[in-house]
Write a protein that binds this ligand. Sequence first.
Ligand SMILES: Nc1ncnc2c1ncn2[C@@H]1O[C@H](COP(=O)(O)OP(=O)(O)OP(=O)(O)O)[C@@H](O)[C@H]1O
Length: 252
Amino acid sequence: MSLLEVRALRKSYGALKVTDDLNLAVEEGELHAIIGPNGAGKSTLIAQLSGQSGSDGGSVRFAGAEMMGQPMHARVRAGMSRSFQITSILPGFTALENVATAVQARAGSSFRFLAPVAEETALNDAAMQALARVGIESRARIRAGRLSHGEKRQLELAIALATEPRLLLLDEPLAGTSGSEAERLIGVMRNLKRQVTLVLIEHDMDAVFALADRISVLVYGRIIATGSPAEIRGDPQVRAAYLGEETARKEG
Ligand SMILES: Nc1ncnc2c1ncn2[C@@H]1O[C@H](COP(=O)(O)OP(=O)(O)OP(=O)(O)O)[C@@H](O)[C@H]1O
């Protein structure tokens, strides 16, 4: 059984079928990238999987349990989280406080048996661990608004990790970063591999092909191919639909 099994998932905006009878299987422990041309429906798919956006039909099974119809918080509790955009970071709070808030939301009342000071210590310890996993523990006491763009993207990852996901959905984690910032984030994702199952949407093809165990190619709301980076690179249908476009752009 795959950790995530998506069957016949659908969503339309008016006459536009954005997710069109989509099937996808993600195995436990893999980094599964989803690529596709602009407007293929990648962000919509992440929103549907996370429960942020509704679906018109189909099935999303996670660890054997049906998630369709479940709200986002129930999916997070089940172990399926997505990283949020920078807008969800509270700029006036420190990096540590931002993550501690997410830990608290996940932990619910499980630290409440402790005295308030000990409760705060337990929350902060867990938050510190999440910051360390993404390499920004030294920035814990800095207000989030003062972090660099790349550090904010690392903080988003820490916030998502604080919910202790078994599956983490990442929507363009490298967006807006370049050079050393992008390298650092790629390193963070490489470290997270095997610790948590990752579904990654990313436009940076070099990063995708370097990181992914498997890649699915989404075109007009359907997965047209799934395979290893080498298989995807060599797939004529994929080259025609997507990589050909990229190659033409690079060569042009
Ligand atoms: N709320 C909405 N209302 C109407 N159409 C929408 C809405 N959200 C997305 N769409 C359309 O659905 C299609 C898929 O959009 P989506 O953002 O999921 O694609 P994408 O593959 O993530 O694109 P990109 O790579 O450019 O980020 C596009 O044609 C888009 O215009």
